[in-house]
Design a protein around this ligand. Structure first.
Ligand SMILES: C[S@@+](CC[C@H](N)C(=O)[O-])C[C@H]1O[C@@H](n2cnc3c(N)ncnc32)[C@H](O)[C@@H]1O
Length: 356
């Protein structure tokens, strides 16, 4: 997933730096509390750490609830009589079979089609084209089926979050946007013309138990204890709630009131203090002072709302402070969009403090 601030390509840098300071014993609790796509938590989960994941966005909760929270085989036993042919499939392969079944469903004119596709908004005042008509209808059909299976108790919570994750991850590949959902393109781009296929999300099996939350980090903090706290907040004013509003609506499927050219849902409860120049230092200080952990690591770059000096001053309040750096390619929108950037590289920092 092309996610703002994703750490997918920095995982080795993070691993090397974190292990240099905290050691490589994996029998520990690793907290990833601005978890986004779950890439960092999933990486450490695979190494045997127990993970606590959190994010303020619900679509991100869904992704983490699956990638982190699911760690046992998904057998889909209650769907055996529901989906023709499923009985003959090996348990391990059933999740792929269920995704295939959903992919082949006939589309439905639901909330996504009616509000975010050209066909559905044709006679409305504001026309939108976030997805092709075909994919909008497919998305609605799949999302409604997942919900009705859950209501009828034909799938477990674990299976529900696996299917929702597969949908959120898959639909994102067909979005008619330059990268985020703050705007859509006038013409359907090539990848948006392809027919949506529900690709099964990776299932990471292991013996550990993990916890996943969907809260504002500053409110969650007193409920969580661990060894390593990894922080990857937004670096600038770009709110995730607006940039990924459609993934939020697909994940929640709650028929929200929407407004404006982009069909934005109300996001007042998800406004992040970490995106505000005025508020960020206070929120960050509160976080650092109250974290119940041994090591704190913070990803941030040299263009963020807080300066390196601010960060050093705040983190030093807890103990011995230091940092690692890496030159890093800037987040790029779709190349076809020809957007201009002042520089193609930034310096990525990993600040840390060993708490006393
Ligand atoms: C830079 S992204 C994290 C990217 C993640 N490490 C990855 O690799 O996918 C920042 C995340 O912080 C979340 N966020 C912002 N403010 C938050 C808050 N106050 N509490 C919890 N999560 C927050 C956003 O929703 C976003 O997913």
């Amino acid at each position: 997933m092309n996610y703002l601030g994703s750490k997918l390509s920095l995982l080795r840098f993070l691993e090397k730096s974190i292990k240099k300071i905290a050691g490589s014993d994996s029998n520990r609790v690793f907290c990833d509390l601005f978890a986004g796509t779950g890439a960092v938590g999933a990486f450490f989960k695979k190494q045997g750490y127990r993970i606590v994941a959190n994010d303020i966005q619900y679509y991100s909760y869904v992704l983490n609830r699956h990638y982190i929270g699911n760690h046992k085989i998904l057998a889909f036993t209650k769907l055996l009589n529901e989906i023709p042919g499923l009985k003959k499939v090996k348990t391990d392969d059933r999740k792929d079979f269920v995704c295939d079944y959903l992919s082949q469903m006939k589309g439905k004119k639901g909330f996504i089609y009616k509000n975010y596709c050209l066909g559905g908004t044709q006679s409305a005042e504001i026309k939108r084209q976030y997805f092709s008509d075909e994919n909008g209808m497919k998305c609605d059909a799949i999302r409604q089926k997942i919900e009705s299976w859950k209501k009828q108790k034909l799938i477990s919570n674990n299976e529900y979050y696996f299917l929702l994750t597969s949908l959120v991850k898959s639909i994102d590949k067909y979005a008619n946007t330059a990268s985020v959902y703050g705007a859509f393109l006038k013409q359907l781009k090539k990848s948006a013309q392809n027919t949506l296929v529900l690709k099964p999300a990776e299932l990471i099996i292991n013996d550990q138990s993990h916890r996943v939350f969907n809260e504002d980090i500053n409110k969650l903090l007193n409920k969580v204890e661990g060894d390593i706290l990894y922080l990857d907040p937004p670096y600038n004013h770009r709110q995730y709630a607006t940039n990924y509003h459609l993934l939020e609506t697909i994940a929640r499927y709650d028929n929200p009131k929407i407004r404006g050219k982009t069909g934005l849902r109300d996001y007042r409860k998800q406004k992040s203090l970490y995106c505000s120049k005025l508020e960020v230092k206070k929120a960050f200080k509160d976080l650092i002072l109250n974290a119940k952990v041994k090591y704190i690591f913070l990803s941030y770059n040299n263009e963020g709302l807080m300066s390196a000096a601010d960060i050093k001053e705040i983190m030093s309040l807890r103990g011995k402070y230091g940092y690692f750096t890496k030159r890093y390619g800037r987040f790029k929108a779709d190349k076809s969009e020809n957007r201009n950037y002042s520089a193609s590289q930034t310096t990525e920092y990993l600040h840390y403090v060993v708490c006393e």
